[in-house]
Design a protein around this ligand. Structure first.
Ligand code: PAF
Length: 298
């Protein structure tokens, strides 16, 4: 009888084991890419792995549900965990190494140092999730230093996070290239996210799909010269009308540094939003002025 063999993935749980393997790769002159994740993997994560595999000799994926970036303990408790399925997907994608540290390995007893993320971390998600970006910057800094990777790959769905991570690496002189990859979307435009699997209330999944549609329409109107305030007010009303429980923010920011904009002018801009469908918090963003014209990568 034929048996289908599930590919296995090489996995380490300690900094020491990770460093030993990376040292060997570097001795052989190989470049190393890192894809930091919190697991519950979907095709958005796998597109980052594919992007890393295209340019790096070896690719590490880290899975660590980082407690210090959750401002809400209930959110941490219900964060989806699908370790076996994640390992299978990563092996199939051709990932070279899975790094899955425990909380004690990442934050040993006595751990007392935390990065304070300012500037681009302020406002937007930073205003609604106190301490969130401090936790992200701290754990990503540790992952960069632990892995000694040459490049790290992040999804643009978390657009502010990409800015925060870039700023942190620049400010702390960490020699790593931060690569931002386009958001992967479902057929109706909903940005792929581990949280989407919690959209289980009646009509919630359809309701969530209104967010990318509303953002895309608003971005077109702003690019066509309609007043930003008018467009944002109408978009907010559309989302509430569609059944969003609340809109945390809906803002136009400069693409390069997230400076608030009251009009687009000629500069590349982003429209960013966060809102809740039932108990699920969704975030998304779209470019304004010349919709994303980068070629689709996969
Ligand atoms: O985007 C995420 O999944 C997390 O914020 C990250 C970058 C893995 C840090 O925990």
């Amino acid at each position: 009888m034929l048996k289908t063999l599930t590919p296995e993935i090489r996995t380490v749980h300690t900094v020491e084991a990770l460093r030993r393997i990376v040292r060997g790769w570097k001795r052989d002159g190989l470049t190393v890419g890192l894809v930091p994740t919190m697991g519950a993997l979907h095709d958005g994560h796998l597109s980052l792995v594919r992007a890393a595999l295209r340019t790096m000799d070896r690719v590490i994926v880290s899975i660590f549900v980082n407690p210090t970036q959750f401002d809400n303990p209930a959110d941490l408790g219900t964060y989806p965990r699908t370790e076996d399925e994640d390992a299978r997907l990563l092996a199939e994608a051709g990932t070279h190494l899975l790094y899955a540290p425990t909380v004690d390995e990442m934050y040993p007893p006595g751990f007392a140092t935390r990065i304070s993320a300012g500037g681009v971390a302020e406002g937007l998600c930073g205003a609604h999730r106190p301490g969130h970006f401090d936790g992200v910057a701290t754990v990503v800094c540790k992952l960069f230093l632990q892995s000694q990777a040459d490049a790290a790959f992040f999804g643009e769905k978390d657009f502010q996070q990409v800015h925060v991570v870039r700023r942190m690496a620049t400010d702390l002189d960490i020699p790593i290239r931060v690569v931002a990859c386009p958001t992967r979307r479902e057929a109706d435009g909903l940005a792929m996210s581990s949280r989407n699997r919690r959209l289980t209330g009646a009509g919630d999944r359809d309701r969530a799909g209104v967010l990318p549609a509303a953002l895309t329409d608003a971005a077109r109107q702003i690019a066509a010269g309609r007043p930003v305030g008018t467009v944002l007010a109408a978009t907010r009303a559309r989302l509430l009308q569609a059944g969003f429980a609340d809109i945390e923010y809906l803002e136009l920011r400069r693409d390069a540094d997230l400076a608030p904009l009251s009009e687009q002018g000629r500069q590349p801009a982003r429209l960013l939003a966060a809102g809740r469908v039932g108990a699920v918090r969704l975030i998304d963003n779209v470019p304004v002025g010349g919709l994303d014209d980068r070629p689709a990568q996969d």
